[in-house]
Design a binder for this molecule. Structure first.
Ligand code: SAH
Length: 222
């Protein structure tokens, strides 16, 4: 490795560590999640022109009018999905909105199997290629409309949605296993809440996690 590359690597190790410290100070408690934020090379998920900003705690454009989520929100959603009283990790998890695949990469090693759906085929292809290069093997991809969930694989121990519908799609609640959790931003642009729903028998428990700003969940595929 040339001096130049080594230099970039060192800078990015330092800036990554700063990001991890910042997320820990903002209330991310899960050591497993913080370790993923430290390990996943976020700069590989964005355009090279923006790589100097890869370890800032902000959302960035990824083309097609879409964004890579803010690291704090990725960490918060991942923690909300995997933390539970039991020591069992979620076995089957569905992600709606693969986008560039960053959230997918953070989450995949923390669950048994990850099923991820993206409606824009160009994004889906790029994400799939990136994630297999990173050696993440427990992921299944689908180009389609995540509003329908993934009926052939349901029920899921966890569902994470990275685009915001106006209302929670009932189909996704229906695809939750007992004690399964749905982490989802809900509401119109400018006024969204990040919610966690947990299936408790016939009841669904609802918790407010944060106020957030996501791109809208759209129907159909393109
Ligand atoms: N998870 C990404 C953020 C993706 S932005 C990250 O880690 O940064 C939200 C993504 O959801 C976009 O790529 C958008 O195309 C996708 N999306 C929106 N509606 C969808 C739907 N109904 N089904 C599947 N994907 C959808």
């Amino acid at each position: 490795m040339g001096e130049q590359h080594r230099g970039i690597g060192m800078t990015s190790a330092r800036t990554r560590e700063r990001l991890v410290q910042r997320l820990a100070a903002s209330g991310i408690r899960s050591a497993a999640v913080l370790e993923r934020i430290r390990t996943v090379p976020r700069h590989l998920f964005i355009d090279e022109a923006l790589s100097s900003r890869a370890y800032e705690d902000s959302a960035l454009p990824i083309g097609q009018g879409q964004t890579i989520s803010q690291p704090y929100i990725v960490a918060l959603m991942t923690q909300a999905l995997i933390e539970n009283g039991a020591d069992r990790r979620p076995e089957k998890v569905l992600e709606v909105g693969t986008g560039c695949g960053y959230q997918t990469a953070v989450l995949a090693p923390l669950v048994g199997q990850l099923f991820t759906i993206e409606r824009i085929s160009a994004l889906q292809r790029a994400a799939r290629q990136r994630l297999s290069q990173l050696g993440l093997g427990n992921i299944r991809y689908r180009h389609g409309d995540g509003c329908e969930g993934w009926p052939g694989q349901a029920p899921f121990d966890g569902i994470i949605v990275t685009a915001a519908p106006a209302e929670v799609p009932p189909v996704l609640l229906d695809q939750l296993a007992p004690d399964g959790r749905l982490v989802i931003p809900v509401g119109p642009t400018g006024s969204q809440e990040l919610l966690r729903f947990t299936r408790r028998g016939e009841e669904i428990e609802r918790e407010l996690l944060s106020r957030v700003s996501f791109v809208p969940l759209l129907e159909g595929k393109s």
